[in-house]
Write a protein that binds this ligand. Structure first.
Ligand SMILES: [Ca+2]
Ligand SMILES: [Ca+2]
Length: 272
């Protein structure tokens, strides 16, 4: 009997080209696997984040029902400083890079309602922590035994470990100029002024800046342009919660996570 081995060539091993081809195939398969695994992870995180937002929505419902109000008011601390409940940046250079901790402020007010506390117990503990409110010397403080003391409140994060955001209807689309791709351009007042305490004048705390968009990942710490809001308009004059999604940028709305999607002003939609 005669055994036919290919064209008669006896192989003593793999050639360099064959090894390189195999390595290239392995590299391609690995990169596909990483992409697929990333999608699976993100889809699980999106689901988890939606669950978190639904619980916050329920907490908001409880608050609204208990207070017979359509929206939560601004938070006023014991130092008579008002902290509007919205998703934007505080005024002042030191705080420019920091968004107002909007969910934290909301939960500080909402904690007065017992039903809210019960609802929040439904949150997975790994997304919840406690922290002082504010950054860069702009802490929310209260008098405790005669001393101004930093306030602790619940922080609720999304599945990418970034704070969930709360948008108050006062914004109605936000304030601030736009980043048109090459420069910051006008179109809206840079600051939104809102007489939070109704005293007829606007204090520094009542002049709030909202985002420039889009977020510049190369310069996340600089004041401009840093997108820190989705610029949505609250549906039915009711606040909404959202997460900035996998990319962590609120200004890119395509991957943001919502349970109640807001309207967006037409002029920003054109920049999508
Ligand atoms: Ca005022
Ligand atoms: Ca985003």
């Amino acid at each position: 009997m005669r055994t036919h081995i290919g064209a008669g060539r006896v192989r003593g091993g793999f050639s360099l080209i064959e090894i390189m081809a195999v390595l290239a195939i392995i590299a391609i398969l690995t990169s596909i696997a990483v992409v697929v695994a990333g999608r699976v992870t993100n889809s699980g995180r999106i689901q988890a984040t939606q669950d978190i937002i639904r619980i916050l929505d329920t907490a908001l419902d409880s608050y609204v029902a208990s207070r017979e109000a359509s929206v939560p008011p601004a938070y006023k601390d014991d130092a008579d400083v008002f902290h509007p409940l919205w998703d934007g940046r505080a005024v002042g250079s030191a705080a420019d890079a920091a968004a107002e901790p909007s969910v934290q402020l909301f939960l500080l007010i909402a904690a007065e309602v017992p039903e809210v506390e019960t609802t929040l117990q439904g949150l997975d503990a790994k997304f919840v922590s406690r922290a002082t409110i504010g950054t860069n010397g702009n802490f929310v403080r209260k008098y405790v035994n005669g001393t101004l003391t930093n306030v602790n409140a619940l922080v609720v994060k999304d599945a990418w470990n970034r704070p969930i955001r709360f948008v108050h209807p006062i914004w109605q689309g936000g304030a601030g100029d736009y980043w048109n791709g090459t420069s910051v351009t006008g179109g809206r007042p840079q600051f939104l002024e809102y007489d939070v305490n109704g005293n007829g004048s606007i204090s520094a705390q009542e002049r709030i800046r909202r985002s420039y968009r889009p977020f510049d990942p190369a310069n996340p710490g600089v004041a401009n342009p840093v997108g820190d809001a989705d610029e949505g308009i609250c549906p039915g004059n009711r606040p909404y919660f959202y997460s900035a999604g996998p990319d962590g940028d609120p200004g890119t709305r395509s991957d943001n996570v919502y349970t109640k999607k807001p309207e967006f002003p037409p002029e920003t939609r054109n920049l999508e």
